[in-house]
Design a protein around this ligand. Structure first.
Ligand SMILES: C[S@@+](CC[C@H](N)C(=O)[O-])C[C@H]1O[C@@H](n2cnc3c(N)ncnc32)[C@H](O)[C@@H]1O
Length: 286
C-alpha cells in the first residue's frame, strides 16, 4: 500500500499557530522552529483523527476559546523539559542562604513560614527538589516551616506533578540518601516507578497560572521565586514585565532564580545580581 502523503506545515499555518501561542502564553515560535512544531502538531492531529495538519489547525484555531483541544495544542507546543536537581548549584546556594542569612533572622523572632514559588514547574521535579531540600533543613530544626507554590500553564504537566509518580531513570539525579528518605517504590516490582512520599507531596500546592495574563495577587509575598528555563521563550518586553511582577510578588530582600542560559534584562531597577542567575529584589522596589 502506498502511504498517504502528509501535508507539510505551511508558512501561513505556522504563523497562525505562532500568533495564537504568543498571545496566549508569550512563547515565541520563530520559523526556525517550524519542523519541531510540525512534529508536535502532527501527533495531536493523529490523536484527534484528522487526516490533514491544515484542517486540524483550522478547526482548533476557529473553535471557541474554552475548547479543550486548544489547551492540548498549547500543551503540545510548550517545552516541558525538566529534571530533579537541575542546575544543582542553585540548591546549594539556597541551602547556604537559608542557613547563613535567614536562620539568624529567625532566631530574632522571624517566625513565619518561608514561602517559595516554583513558577513554570513543569511536571513537578523542581518543586519536589525544593521540598526535599527544605525538609532536610528542617530535620533538626522543628521550628522551621515552609510552603511551596508550584504553577504552570500546562494542565497535563500539572496532572503528572500532582500524581508525583516518576520513572526510575528520572530519579537518578536525586542523591541516594534522599531517595531512601523521600521516595516510595512501586509495590509492583515489574514497574520501574517511584512516588514522592506524602510528606513531600503535602508541602507543594500545584495551581495553573499563566505568567503573562493571570493576576499576581500573592499576600503575603514570597521569599524566593524559581522561574528557570521559562522566560527564555518570551519576548524581551514580556520578560521585563514578568520580572517586574515577580519583584512585586517578592517580600523585602526576596530572591529570584532564573535558568543558567538566561539573563535578566532589567537594567538593575528592580533586582540586583547576587551571583549569576540569582537576583535579589532591590530595596527601591516596594
Ligand atoms: C522548560 S520547562 C522548565 C521547568 C523547570 N522550571 C526547570 O527549569 O526544570 C518550562 C515550563 O514553563 C511553562 N510555561 C511556558 N509559558 C508559560 C506561561 N506563560 N505561564 C506559565 N508557565 C509557562 C511550560 O508549560 C513548561 O512547563
Amino acid at each position: 500500500m502506498i502511504p498517504a502523503i502528509e501535508d507539510p506545515l505551511s508558512e501561513r499555518d505556522h504563523k497562525r499557530v505562532a500568533e495564537y501561542i504568543e498571545q496566549t502564553a508569550g512563547i515565541q515560535l520563530p520559523l526556525s522552529k517550524r519542523s519541531l512544531i510540525e512534529g508536535r502538531l502532527r501527533k495531536r492531529m493523529r490523536k484527534t483523527g484528522y487526516a490533514s495538519l491544515h484542517d486540524y489547525i483550522d478547526d482548533v484555531l476557529n473553535s471557541a476559546a474554552d475548547e479543550p483541544e486548544r489547551l492540548n495544542l498549547l500543551d503540545a507546543i510548550t517545552t516541558n523539559k525538566t529534571e530533579f536537581y537541575r542546575e544543582p548549584g542553585h540548591f546549594h546556594f539556597l541551602r547556604e542562604h537559608i542557613l547563613q542569612e535567614l536562620m539568624p533572622l529567625r532566631d530574632r523572632g522571624w517566625k513565619r513560614p518561608l514561602r517559595i514559588w516554583s513558577a513554570g514547574c513543569s511536571s513537578g521535579e523542581e518543586p519536589y527538589t525544593l521540598a526535599m531540600e527544605m525538609l532536610e533543613i528542617g530535620k533538626d530544626r522543628p521550628e522551621f516551616r515552609f510552603e511551596i507554590l508550584a504553577t504552570d500553564i500546562s494542565v497535563s504537566c500539572l496532572q503528572t506533578a500532582r500524581q508525583a509518580i516518576y520513572a526510575h531513570h528520572k530519579i537518578e539525579s536525586i542523591p541516594m540518601e534522599l531517595r531512601k528518605r523521600y521516595l516510595l517504590r512501586s509495590r509492583d516490582k515489574t514497574q520501574a516507578l517511584v512516588r514522592m512520599a506524602p510528606e513531600l507531596r503535602d508541602k507543594v500546592t500545584f495551581k495553573t497560572f499563566n505568567l503573562l495574563t493571570d493576576a499576581y495577587k500573592f499576600q503575603p509575598g514570597f521569599d524566593m521565586i524559581f522561574c528557570r528555563n521559562v522566560m527564555i521563550y518570551f519576548s524581551n518586553e514580556d520578560r521585563i514585565q514578568v520580572a517586574h511582577r515577580f519583584a512585586h510578588a517578592l517580600e523585602k530582600d526576596g530572591l529570584l532564580f532564573i535558568g543558567h542560559s538566561e539573563t535578566l534584562t532589567d537594567k538593575g531597577t528592580t533586582f540586583r545580581q547576587v551571583i549569576p542567575t540569582v537576583y535579589r529584589k532591590s530595596s527601591a522596589t516596594r
